[in-house]
Design a protein around this ligand. Structure first.
Ligand SMILES: *Cc1c(COP(=O)(O)O)cnc(C)c1O
Length: 365
């Protein structure tokens, strides 16, 4: 028998597989249900922009052609939107892939990276896979504790991850918190701001990191087409970065890491800001409705700036999750994050939100 313990890299033993939201079809199959709604992966309930769908159709006939490895058209459009140069944009097979490749580019064995916990699990994976050490800093009632994170920075620190708004809690980091934090970052540390829900944030105090990139700070600002743009299945994410970061990133990434259909759909999605506006409006209405309903049920509701809400059910969330499945509703239990009584619920369409509310009432009474 082959001894895989010797064959496999030691770093791999420290990883645990990512637990994705359950696909609706799987739940239908397993439980024999006809109607299943998924509010587990923060997908856009309106789907993609019709303009993006049209481009996907057109591009299907070109599926035999390799993608543009430089993603020229998409980079040009993003550069003009954000007022940066094309050489300041990196693209990935989702921002997930960018996170992994940043680890591969910057982290060596023995290096440390500071990150909030609980937060998006890929930061940890990225650092562990590269042989580095994740230094996790606990949240304070759902919010990032940036002063505590800054204190964890030492000579071994290569990267710091900010998740803003934070997944799974929904909390935002404000402008002044970011300003204080950036003033404490020593030279030689890359700050990675994961702003996957950036387009959902309407708060004028939002501490977006793009202004720091423009002022010359070594920051990576990550956005994605998976959330408000409704293209999660096509896998396109991007980063706004210093030119040097793009140059090193390009050595590490595979040439065709962003597929041709994804590039075309992303470009079309950007041109449909009405769809973005509509998505934001549906999200705001759903947020108000769900928060009120959850409070009526007596649940602790965490404040959110994204398209999902974390609630504390006060009971074993795996049990609540399983019962909701039988009601045909998929949500995300937060036990994998160590929060044993909470659920993270994506804000859906009004119809989906009403189904969720009635199912949750059934389950909790
Ligand atoms: C959804 C999400 C992403 C990843 O999205 P991709 O589909 O890989 O672009 C990154 N960060 C956070 C916090 C997310 O919630």
């Amino acid at each position: 028998m082959l001894n895989y313990d010797k064959l496999v890299r030691p770093e791999v033993f420290r990883l645990s597989p990512y637990i994705p939201g359950k696909p609706a079809d799987e739940v239908k199959r397993e439980l024999g249900l006809e109607r299943v709604i998924k509010l587990a992966s923060n997908e856009n309930p309106l789907g993609p922009s019709p303009k993006a769908i049209e481009r996907v159709r057109e591009m299907a006939t070109q599926a035999h052609i390799y993608p543009d490895a430089s993603a020229w058209a998409l980079k040009k459009e993003l550069a003009s939107r954000y007022g940066v140069s094309e050489s300041q944009i990196i693209l990935g097979n989702g921002s997930d892939e960018i996170l992994i490749l940043l680890g591969q580019t910057f982290i060596s064995p023995g290096d440390e990276a500071v990150m909030p916990a609980p937060s998006f699990p890929v930061y940890r994976t990225s650092v562990l896979l590269a042989g580095g050490t994740p230094v996790e800093v606990p949240l304070k009632d759902g919010f990032l504790d940036l002063p505590a994170m800054a204190e964890k920075i030492n000579k071994k620190t290569k990267m710091v991850f900010i998740c803003n708004p934070n997944n799974p809690t929904g909390a935002m980091v404000s402008r002044t918190e970011v300003e204080d934090f950036m003033n404490k970052i020593p030279e030689g540390v890359l700050v990675v701001a994961d702003e996957a829900y950036y387009e959902y944030v309407l708060d004028p105090d939002y501490g977006d990191l793009l202004p720091y990139l423009k002022r010359g700070f070594p920051v990576v600002v990550l956005h994605t087409f998976s959330k408000i743009y409704g293209l999660a299945g096509l896998r396109v994410g991007y980063g706004l970065v210093p030119e040097e970061v793009q140059a090193f990133f390009n050595r590490v990434r595979l040439s065709f890491n962003v597929n041709a259909i994804g590039q075309a759909a992303a470009l079309a999605a950007l041109s449909d800001q009405e769809h973005v506006e509509r998505s934001r409006r549906v999200n705001e209405e759903g947020k108000t409705y769900l928060q009120a309903e959850f409070r009526k049920m007596g649940l602790k509701v965490y404040r959110t700036w994204g398209n999902f809400i974390m609630v504390d059910t006060g009971r074993d969330c795996q049990v609540v999750f399983q019962k909701l499945l039988r009601e045909g509703v998929i949500v995300r239990p937060t036990s994998a994050w160590g929060l044993m009584t909470c659920l993270r619920i994506t804000i859906g369409s009004q119809a989906e939100n009403e189904i969720l509310v009635s199912a949750l009432r059934n389950v909790l009474t």
